[in-house]
Write a protein that binds this ligand. Structure first.
Ligand SMILES: NC(=O)c1ccc[n+]([C@@H]2O[C@H](COP(=O)([O-])OP(=O)(O)OC[C@H]3O[C@@H](n4cnc5c(N)ncnc54)[C@H](OP(=O)(O)O)[C@@H]3O)[C@@H](O)[C@H]2O)c1
Length: 294
């Protein structure tokens, strides 16, 4: 069995990856206290002790607002820490996947799905840090895979202390009878975390570089134009056999600066990796949640 080192395994993505991949890899999942990614020598020592074949780097400061409030610390974790991991993987000959974000596209605008080779000017500090990390990691380790992830959701898992996400938040709002309003000025893909983790496995075999790594958000007959959040949830409801008219349009959020984080999947598809379309997958999962829906 290949040895897989996962950083950030006490977090949302790393924890699920460690659990879901445990039967396919020999996993080493150091806690923050055992391997602080900002300690370059400590990271090297850990790699020398474990000698991983593969690395999945999920450790980060992932909260966009917290990065803005703590710019020096977030730079150390999201940029310098990622470079330490990418460099240690290169030195030890381990294939390395690192988590970037669709927030690199925040501020770039438009309504068409973004491609990896576009010029981007991320507005949030978190997006800027992720873009810098992509460039610096690839400079020290050209074979590493930088995955631009969308906002991810789980379905019904309850992890004590974990903040909610899109899907679990939607179920909670449906249950409480809260009005369901979604923006008509916000376009983004949303990805089921189980699909992300399954696609890590083939990603260990793809060439180094930057990849959009998540569900596209494009109606089948709509060309490369991403759905708004309101359209996404309406389409998902229709697929699940729920009444799409329950979804109200929120014309206020993002009105003054519309957001478009939708990602084009062509580069990832060309190396044989596919994600289901955003609304279709949410619709399927809502349908599967069936009986528990109000
Ligand atoms: N969740 C999403 O929807 C989403 C979307 C796009 C991109 N991403 C990216 O995907 C990756 C995983 O996200 P996530 O949601 O799983 O994040 P998360 O839940 O916030 O987990 C972050 C993990 O990083 C660890 N960590 C933080 N600083 C560290 C350090 N200096 N050394 C070692 N470990 C450290 C944390 O451990 P402690 O808590 O013990 O510090 C925690 O285990 C991140 O790169 C994130 O930016 C996530």
């Amino acid at each position: 069995m290949k040895k897989l080192l996962i950083t950030g395994a006490s977090g949302f993505l790393g924890g699920r990856a460690a659990a879901m991949l445990a039967d396919r890899f020999e996993i080493s999942a150091p806690r923050h206290g055992e391997m602080d990614i900002t300690d370059r020598d400590g990271v090297r020592r850990f790699f020398e002790a474990v000698r991983p074949d593969l690395v999945l780097h999920c450790a980060a400061m992932s909260d966009v607002g917290k990065c803005a409030r703590e710019p020096e610390r977030s730079q150390r974790i999201n940029v310098d820490g990622s470079v330490n991991v990418a460099a240690a993987a290169h030195e030890s000959g381990a294939k390395c996947l690192l988590c970037s974000s669709d927030q690199v596209y925040a501020g770039t605008g438009g309504i068409a799905a973004h491609r990896e080779d576009e010029d981007v000017t991320p507005a949030p500090l978190y997006g800027k840090e992720k873009l810098t990390a992509e460039r610096k990691c690839l400079a020290v380790n050209p074979d590493c895979v930088m995955m631009r992830l969308t906002w991810m959701y789980d379905v019904q898992t309850v992890v004590p202390g974990e903040k909610s996400d899109f899907f679990r938040g939607l179920l909670a709002r449906m249950t409480s009878g809260e009005r369901l309003r979604f923006s008509v000025h916000d376009r983004r893909g949303l990805t089921y975390v189980g699909d992300v983790v399954e696609n890590f496995v083939p990603a260990f075999s793809i060439p180094g570089g930057v990849y959009n790594f998540g569900s596209p958000n494009i109606p089948a007959a709509g060309g490369p134009i991403g759905r708004t959040m309101a359209e996404t949830v309406q389409a998902a409801f229709a697929i699940a056999g729920l009444d799409p008219d329950r979804i109200a349009c929120d014309g206020e959020s993002y009105r003054d600066s519309p957001r478009n984080l939708c990602m084009d999947s062509a580069k990832l598809n060309a190396v044989g990796i596919r994600f289901p379309e955003t609304a279709e997958r949410i619709g399927e999962l809502l349908k599967a949640a069936g009986g528990m829906l109000p």
